[in-house]
Design a protein around this ligand. Structure first.
Ligand code: SF4
Ligand code: SF4
Length: 332
């Protein structure tokens, strides 16, 4: 079954960066410590903020992120708090190093997914981006998590560096015990912004030629594949998740964004003060969400216009959809 996962007013997603520290220094890391600080939140604060969001959003889907969230020694306790508070699902995004014996300190009933990041299907490509040894560690982490009864998913961030390895990714996944695969599109933010000469963005024609086909191939293995639409025809409807959905990207310095493309700038629409969620004053990301432009996503045009193209009279040849608008293929 193939479907567009439309934004839903009924589901809320909470992406909680509990620290920004990481053991890796990935070449295209999206974390911007100048904007989000280097605090590791104490457990009391994590619990209080989990409470704040659980109160306002019953059954929200929660993702723990970092930096590397398993570097936080209190992650197991935070997971148990979230589980008690009734979050609809709990995911831990990890680079695969699985610090502090996390797999021994939480139960498979408490974590819906450990989601592992891989940026190349070939060891050499992945390790060139993420660092020596990361490929083997990630694969070993997936196998260990699944052997202990957890479900594992894979996050593969597509860029010009690794888009040619999708066939190889399909071969790799034939032998890996994952049941979900998320393609993400690389954002020109964080460290990617400083690496613009790597020309990371993928053209529309290359994306359309390769991504749906690769998703189909991997879905045939019984793996649910999710990927962003990215390019919309001029006639297709455009919606900004910031206007019609509930997504919260929480950082340890208290900033809360509703759009991930805004995270490089102090334009967050919300912040947490004394454990309460407050609104920031204009001008903030919410003002940007309301702008209607023929190119679709306003933030895309502002920070990564390289993926737009125009006819001779200046009309955009396509729109760029919201990065949170996904297509999902599943044959389960
Ligand atoms: S991309 Fe993730 S794993 Fe890599 S350095 Fe950044 S936070 Fe760490
Ligand atoms: S990515 Fe674009 S369309 Fe999506 S929430 Fe951000 S500004 Fe809105």
């Amino acid at each position: 079954m193939k479907r567009t996962v439309s934004f839903s007013q009924d589901s809320t997603n909470v992406f909680f960066h509990i620290l920004t520290n990481c053991n890796l220094k990935c070449r295209y890391c999206y974390i911007n410590r100048a904007q989000h600080g280097d605090i590791t939140l104490p457990l009391t604060t994590i619990n209080a903020w989990l409470n704040t969001f659980a109160d306002q959003n019953k059954g929200a889907n929660l993702v723990f992120l970092g930096g590397e969230p398993t570097l936080h020694p209190k992650l197991p306790a935070a997971i148990k708090t979230a589980s008690r508070l009734g979050y609809g699902s709990i995911t831990v995004d990890t680079n695969g190093y699985l610090f502090h014996d996390i797999l021994f300190k939480v139960h498979p009933d408490e974590v819906d997914y450990f989601s592992f990041s891989l940026d190349g299907a070939a060891r050499s490509t992945n390790d060139r981006i993420r660092g020596a040894g990361c490929y083997d560690t990630c694969i070993a982490g997936i196998k260990e998590a699944v052997s202990r009864g957890f479900s594992a998913s894979l996050i593969y961030t597509i860029s010009s560096v690794n888009i040619d390895e999708l066939e190889l990714l399909g071969t790799l996944l034939e032998d890996l015990p994952i049941d979900r695969c998320f393609f993400q599109v690389i954002g020109i933010r964080g460290r990617s912004k400083a690496k613009q000469r790597d020309k990371l963005q993928v053209s529309r024609s290359e994306w359309l030629e390769k991504i749906p086909a690769a998703a189909e191939q991997i879905a045939q293995l019984g793996i649910t594949v999710t990927y962003p639409r990215v390019f919309l025809a001029p006639s297709e409807p455009f919606q900004c998740a910031g206007q019609v959905a509930e997504n919260y990207f929480i950082f340890p310095n208290g900033r809360v964004y509703q759009c991930p493309l805004c995270e490089d700038f102090p334009v967050h629409s919300l912040f947490i003060k004394d454990n309460q969620l407050m609104e920031t004053e204009s001008i903030n990301e919410k003002d940007l969400f309301q702008l209607e432009i023929p190119e679709g996503c306003v933030m895309n045009k502002l920070i990564q216009p390289g993926n737009l193209c125009y006819s001779e009279d200046g009309t955009p040849l396509h729109k760029v959809g919201c990065c949170l608008l996904k297509e999902e293929i599943s044959y389960k």
